[in-house]
Design a protein around this ligand. Structure first.
Ligand code: ADP
Length: 584
């Protein structure tokens, strides 16, 4: 027994039907993993960026404090080459020297607090009046002085007294000197009371320094990616900077936070608003960063959704392609089969008339036939050769129609003449017997532009079908009228019969090439299944359409609608001499 293997497209389709759900599931999981990886990558990048921001920010202030803190010699003299040199080198190398507005020196002379200000023009600390901001803390300095005199530890931190909102950085006098060579630290002769006070330019800090750092570390090329805010660390209501009005100042909403201007200690990294933040030493200010889509999770969610959409799109496309492939291959298979059947059918149909013609010709040539029978043989030869010719004509027409009609053959035609010649040529094809043709042809039919032979053949097919399938009374109705549709004139030609109608199962297929109704096959009605598909192709090629109306037991009507020629077309209809076999 021969095993019939399924065709390659069928195997492929089956394979894909099984594989697609597996692929979809794997893809879903894979997209999840990719998103998780993406989230971790973004988190790491953000942590690095925050760390770098903090390092730059703190580094800038750290250097300013280191370089600008006054030592005892400078405090005593009011100037020193060393301090001058330190100041100038800081000024030349700092990224943001403008953030320091002034450097003051607080010490005590004759039991009185004294304030001096660094004049960078002449490199000397000059006596100064107490500016308001500093004056507010005079009491603190006084207290520190009293404690200093009471032999307490020198250099008490006054910093605690200053809130982050204020733009003062206070450092005790350097009672130590670091010689350029050697590891030892040298203490100067006697500890001395005093503080260096660095006054910051807050508007520069807010308007220049923080924004430029924020842009450097948190802006991706091509647009803002993170919202950045800097607040006073112990009071989130006091905002120093916001990259946009939506930038969060709420610890719980930030993707990462970092203490700025904090004593250098470890353990400051945290993942979003996690408990680790609590362990972080407080700074003077706090950096808060939030992804512009609300949070890193939201951003990753968007990426995940986008990836899912893209990959499901690809899968859908694949599914669609497979379905199309299956449908196309099915159609191709069906068509190939129909064509095989057609070739077999045509060969069979051709064989009969050829055999009849050959035997009749043999009889005639051998002189077996004489008298009256010669005439009958002649008629038989004529009928068979006409059938043969008709079939050859159709097959050729079907094969040739793909390449389109000869546009040069398109001339204005009188519909009446097309109809009459079609009826006349159809009747001999439907065998012996009277046919009643009922005509209702409007006298004012406008001309149509087209190929006379093709249009005649279309109408002829309908008339022949009406007789073939129209039942016993062999009645055919042909109606032609002029209609106005969508602001253009049309010619409508309807061919009707009183037959049994077309079964619903056949109706969707009758215009398909090689399709024959079950009844036609069963009753062995002569035909090849090409007639209606030819009619439709011809009509569509003429810019028209063909429709069918059928009722079981009450007959069938096919209607061809053709656009009328434009009124200015010079109508020179082809004149045809007509003789019609039967009239109503
Ligand atoms: P053919 O006549 O060679 O079978 P057609 O393409 O002309 O091919 O017609 C296709 C099928 O449509 C026919 O086999 C028949 O079943 C059905 N058919 C066509 N015209 C009629 C009609 N007037 N009445 C009933 N059935 C029809």
């Amino acid at each position: 027994m021969k095993i019939k293997w399924p065709s390659a497209p069928k195997v492929l389709t089956g394979l894909l039907v099984v594989l697609l759900p597996v692929l979809a599931y794997m893809q879903y999981r894979w997209v999840g993993q990719v998103s998780e990886g993406e989230r971790e990558r973004m988190q790491r990048n953000l942590e690095t960026a925050a760390e770098q921001f903090r390092a730059d920010f703190d580094g800038e202030f750290g250097r300013a404090i280191r370089e600008l803190t006054v030592g005892t010699t400078t405090a005593r003299e009011g100037t020193s080459a060393n301090y001058s040199q330190r100041y100038t080198s800081w000024l030349n190398t700092a990224d943001h020297p403008q953030v320091v507005a002034d450097v003051y020196l607080v010490d005590a002379v004759d039991e009185q607090l004294r304030l001096r200000r660094w004049n960078n023009g002449i490199h000397v600390f000059e006596p100064s009046l107490w500016p308001e901001e500093l004056d507010r803390h005079r009491g603190d300095f006084q207290k520190a002085y009293v404690e200093f005199k009471a032999q307490r530890e020198s250099g008490r931190q006054v910093r605690a007294a200053f809130s982050g909102e204020e733009s003062l950085v206070v450092a005790p006098l350097q009672n130590f000197e670091f010689p350029r060579v050697g590891p030892q630290v040298v203490q100067t002769a006697a500890p001395m009371f005093g503080y260096t006070v660095i006054q910051l330019d807050e508007s520069y800090l807010r308007g220049q320094m923080i924004p430029s750092l924020a842009e450097r570390h948190f802006t991706e090329r091509g647009g803002e990616m993170y919202r950045v805010a800097v607040i006073v660390d112990d009071d989130s209501k006091r905002v120093l900077y916001r990259s946009s009005p939506e930038a969060t100042t709420d610890l719980n909403n930030a993707d990462i936070t970092a203490a700025l201007f904090s004593p250098p200690r470890g353990g400051r990294r945290g993942r979003g608003p996690s408990p680790q933040i609590a362990e972080e030493p407080p700074g003077r200010w706090r950096l808060m960063v939030q992804h512009q889509s609300g949070s890193l999770d939201a951003a990753v969610g968007t990426i995940r959704r986008r990836n899912l959409a893209i990959s499901s799109g690809v899968l859908l496309l694949l599914t669609f392609a497979v379905v199309m492939l299956a449908a196309t291959s099915r159609r191709a298979e069906k068509l190939a089969q129909q064509q095989m059947e057609f070739v077999a059918g045509v060969s069979h149909e051709l064989r009969t008339p050829v055999a009849v013609i050959r035997s009749a010709a043999e009889n005639l040539s051998s002189g077996v036939v004489s008298g009256d029978r010669v005439k009958r043989y002649g008629q038989m030869l004529e009928g068979e050769s006409r059938r043969l010719g008709d079939m050859v004509e159709r097959v050729l027409q079907y094969a040739g129609i793909e390449s389109g009609f000869n546009t040069a053959a398109r001339v204005p035609l009188a519909p009446m003449e097309i109809i009459e010649s079609a009826v006349e040529s159809a009747l001999p094809l439907v065998g012996p017997g009277e046919v009643t043709v009922h005509r209702e042809i409007a006298p004012d039919l406008p001309p149509v532009i087209g190929d006379a032979t093709a249009l005649r053949s279309a109408v002829q097919n309908l008339v022949a079908n009406a007789v073939k399938y129209g039942g016993r009374d062999r009645w055919v109705g042909v109606r032609a009228q002029r209609v106005r549709e969508r602001r253009r004139d049309e010619v409508r030609i309807t061919v009707s019969d009183h037959g049994p109608g077309i079964p619903a199962a056949d109706l969707p297929h009758i215009f398909e090439p090689f399709y024959r109704g079950a009844d036609a096959i069963e009753r062995q009605i002569h035909g090849h299944g090409l007639g209606l598909s030819l009619v439709r192709r011809i009509v569509v090629a003429h810019g028209g359409q063909v429709t069918v109306a059928t009722r079981p037991g009450a007959g069938t009507s096919f209607t061809i609608t053709l656009p009328a020629a434009a009124p200015d077309t010079t109508a020179s209809p082809v004149a045809t001499e007509m003789r019609v076999g039967a009239h109503s």
